[in-house]
Design a protein around this ligand. Structure first.
Ligand SMILES: Cc1ncc(COP(=O)(O)O)c(C=O)c1O
Length: 461
């Protein structure tokens, strides 16, 4: 019998959910173009599409919401948020944005600075980050360690940079053509896998050698710090906040989708350590793109909730339960033989669909097919992280083959119980046991940018 880490909270508000009958799920999925992003949430029983903005706020966040200062300029709520963020990061400059991609669209072009042939190098770019790199006229190169692609074997920090490859890439592209090194912590696209402090330190050393800017893409920086506490020698007795600060010390800029470790339903941040010129540029461009620099697309009440959420996410009891809940689902699947990215990362269980459906080629998106089957089985909505998400090569227009075809079962924070996770596990196991019946999907409609959000698909005959 698997032991639970019981939640460090009790529930005092509920949102009803319902499992619609199988025939209705079949119709709903067809109408959604076999793309779970296009499903109505009311047709979903357990929604594991994302952990982004889908968590439950605490009583303290709801209370703070009532105190929001909605002044257009100089809002009191902004100064409160600024103080909290400065305290956590140790950085000098804070600009709110409506969410992570809002921060990206303002900050990344400033680093490219209109120059031709620029590159960003990251352990792995998240999809919106990659999109904004490309919109800014640059190219995104990933450089994660090989072990990351070996889903079966344990490695404590599968999100780590391949340091040899990093230096090789810098020399190959030339340092003048590198707009920045993006440290994605945790590494979402590879399974919410953490990056060690030792690795971040080595990346910083290489960046300093070539005089390059380092950026933390830290939607889940607190989850990353938890894994360091758990797995890296010398950190067991440090607090998540102390470890987080060590992470921030190794970067110049922190971009955050605050919908994750901000424990809020909306929000983003651009935080700059000391580059005043860059801060001035971001402050200028945030106005036409997101809003006045003291609200950046957020209501005063959102900034209040975020100020509280950022602190709550650093609490060890909260974080232990959070990570253990994700692990519980991962362990259940592994015990039943379902191949997953192991060890399980911070925010989700990633199922290895290359292994489940080797008969479906990458351009017919095997993981998308598994996601659809899981929805039909139990009304559970997962998301594809594979060739469907990766899109096309901007130079050749060809489908890029993802090194991994993953189904992400993303766990919203403080939202579902272990009983919900049992339903999810049973559905995945059932689909796994009938895997020969899975068929690929093909496009009915393919949008130009970030196609996985709005594409329409059809099963391949
Ligand atoms: C690592 C990472 N960076 C950036 C983003 C983009 O953030 P948002 O969805 O808030 O725009 C995400 C969202 O999932 C993410 O996981």
């Amino acid at each position: 019998m698997k032991k639970y880490v019981a939640p460090p909270y009790r529930i005092k508000m509920v949102e009803p959910i319902r499992l619609i009958p199988r025939e209705e799920r079949e119709i709903a999925l067809k109408n959604a173009g076999y793309n779970p992003f296009q499903l109505r949430s009311e047709d979903v029983y357990i929604d594991l599409l994302t952990d982004s903005g889908t968590g439950a706020m605490s009583q303290y966040q709801w209370a703070a919401l009532m105190t929001g200062d909605e002044s257009y300029a100089g809002s009191r709520s902004f100064y409160k948020l600024e103080e909290v963020v400065k305290d956590i990061t140790g950085y000098n400059y804070v600009i709110p944005a409506h969410q992570g991609r809002g921060a990206e669209q303002v900050a990344l072009p400033q680093l490219v600075d209109g120059k031709e042939g620029m590159h960003f190098i990251s352990n792995m770019h998240f999809d919106t980050t990659r999109a904004h790199v490309e919109i800014a006229g640059a190219r995104a190169i990933d450089c994660v360690i090989e072990e990351c692609f070996d889903t079966e074997n344990f490695h404590p920090f599968k999100g780590n940079f391949d340091l040899v490859l990093l230096e090789k890439l810098i020399n190959e592209k030339t340092p003048e053509k590198i707009a920045g090194i993006i440290m994605t912590i945790t590494n979402n696209s590879a399974g919410g896998q953490p990056v060690s402090l030792e690795n971040l330190r080595a990346v910083k050393k290489i960046a300093d050698k070539y005089n390059l800017t380092t950026i933390i893409d830290g939607a889940r920086y607190a989850e990353n710090a938890f894994f360091i506490k758990e797995r890296e020698e010398g950190y067991a007795d440090k607090s998540i906040k102390e470890i987080a600060r060590e992470q921030f010390d190794l970067a110049d800029i922190f971009l955050m989708s605050a919908k994750k470790d901000g424990l809020s339903n909306i929000g983003g941040l651009i935080v700059i350590k000391e580059d005043e010129e860059l801060f001035t540029k971001c402050r200028t461009f945030i106005v036409p793109l997101e809003g006045f620099p003291t609200y950046g697309g957020l209501a005063g009440r959102d900034m209040e909730a975020l100020s509280v959420g950022l602190v709550e996410a650093l609490d060890i009891d909260y974080m232990t339960h959070r990570i253990e809940q994700v692990r519980y689902l991962g362990d259940k699947l592994r015990e039943a033989g379902v191949p997953i990215q192991y060890p399980v990362g911070g925010h989700a269980v990633f199922v290895d669909c290359k292994k489940i459906a080797p008969h479906i080629p990458y351009h017919q998106f095997p993981a998308q097919s598994v996601c659809n089957a899981v929805y039909l089985e139990a009304g559970v909505r997962p998301v594809e992280i594979g060739s469907f998400l990766l899109g096309r090569d901007p130079d050749t227009g060809k489908n890029i083959e993802s090194p991994m075809e993953l189904m992400r079962l993303t766990i919203p924070r403080r939202t579902y119980t272990y009983a919900h996770l049992d339903v999810v596990a049973d559905a995945c196991i059932e689909v796994y046991n009938n895997r020969e019946a899975l068929v690929g999907v093909d496009f009915d409609y393919e949008p130009q940018v970030l196609r996985h959000f709005t594409a329409k698909l059809k099963p391949v005959k």
